[in-house]
Write a protein that binds this ligand. Structure first.
Ligand code: PMV
Length: 368
């Protein structure tokens, strides 16, 4: 599908007012997206587990304006309070999706949003937040035009999610992987049919049961604001001395994961996932200017994880986002033992002893 396919052609219904609520999860990448081209096109393909508990709930109320106008009119509430400092990000999102959702300017919008995870936990809420908002926009489009697409190759329901993913990507790249479960791939890859730089797709190959209930315990090492934002980090991949090698490695890791996902080979899984996490941070440390987002406790935790894995032969591993927090990944059947290990050995390295228990989930839900 091409970008033009997402430009709506007609609106059959008149809609005066209404509201819609979506709850959408965060995701954790196994093969990382780091580096982008114009219009939020990824420099390399990525794949992620959709999470279950770390979610954003967004309600969007819409009321038709008495006169059409050339501006986006919206109010933004975060956890019930007006939040002016989030507005520029939403304004930018609306501007980026304008040609794909021109009807937004016809309405006065009230957007009310809240996260299931603690505010300023260092967990990025852009993936869950942007995907929830993109779904709200799609629900309004569907009211205006229940027959969303005239393309023969795709059902109405599939088009709804595909376009929501397409819109979410324009808000925050990795948000396009948050709408459905359990494994989502984003970015063109020659051996993955249907893969696209424009939206995420459900991973199209066999997935062993072990991955469908995989656990992700997020160890909150540093809850503060990151020193370098993801958007700056992505930009630093332009002219990065190792960029081309890194992008090629992501393609090759996706190839290797096909066998791993199908067979449930955890040893191989661990080797790829940990290498991806450390490569992401190695890219940060070798860009110009260079920067480090890991903290001493990030490394303490990684070493503890390696020791525990070695001594108990439990297949646990870590991955990292663009931050200091550690995502501890493991099969559900080892949950009890791993939680015990976390309490005994890892909590000491977490800020205020905090961690969040999450697991692989099935994607976003509509609430009303
Ligand atoms: O979606 P962004 O622009 O916040 O970038 C996210 C990048 C990583 O979280 C580091 C990797 C990924 O693929 O999610």
């Amino acid at each position: 599908m091409r970008e033009q396919d997402f430009i709506p052609k007609q609106f059959l219904n008149k809609v005066e007012k209404g509201e819609v609520t979506w709850k959408s999860p965060s995701n954790i990448a196994l093969v990382k997206y780091w580096g982008k081209k114009e219009n939020q096109i990824p420099a390399n393909p990525s794949v992620s587990f959709t999470l279950k508990n770390c979610k954003t709930t967004t309600k969007m109320e819409f009321q038709k304006k008495p006169e059409p106008s050339a501006t986006f009119d919206f109010e933004l509430y975060f956890e019930g309070k007006k939040k002016e400092d989030f507005k520029p990000k939403i304004q930018q999102f609306f501007e980026r999706i304008e040609q794909y959702a021109p009807f937004l300017k016809d309405y006065k919008l009230t957007i009310d949003t809240e996260n299931s995870f603690p505010h300023s936990s260092g967990i990025a809420s852009s993936a869950s937040g942007m995907s929830a908002l993109a779904l709200c926009v799609m629900s309004l489009e569907k009211e205006l035009n229940p027959e969303l697409s005239t393309l023969a190759e795709i059902t109405n329901e599939a088009f709804f999610y595909r376009k929501a993913s397409f819109l979410a990507r324009l808000g925050s790249g990795s948000a396009c992987r948050s709408l459905e479960g359990e494994l989502i791939e984003w970015g063109e890859h020659k051996n993955i049919p249907g893969s696209s730089d424009l939206f995420g797709i459900k991973y199209p190959f066999e997935i062993d049961e072990v991955f469908k209930s995989f656990q992700d315990t997020i160890l909150l090492v540093d809850k503060g604001q990151k020193q370098v934002s993801s958007s700056v980090g992505h930009k630093l991949m332009h002219g990065h001395p190792f960029a081309e090698e890194r992008f090629a490695q992501a393609h090759s890791n996706l190839d290797k994961l096909k066998q791993v996902f199908a067979s449930g080979n955890l040893e191989e899984f661990i080797a790829i996932v940990e290498s991806e996490a450390l490569t992401l941070h190695a890219m940060m440390m070798s860009s110009n200017p260079y920067f480090i987002l890991m903290k001493p406790n990030t490394l303490e935790i990684i070493n503890k994880i390696w020791e525990f894995r070695e001594s108990t032969k439990t297949p646990i591993c870590f991955t990292l986002d663009a931050g200091a927090n550690v995502h501890l990944l493991y099969p559900e059947k080892h949950k009890e033992k791993v939680l015990e290990f976390i309490k005994n050995e890892l909590v000491a390295y977490c800020e205020k002893g905090q961690y969040i228990c999450d697991q692989v989930g099935k994607g976003a839900e509509k609430l009303n």
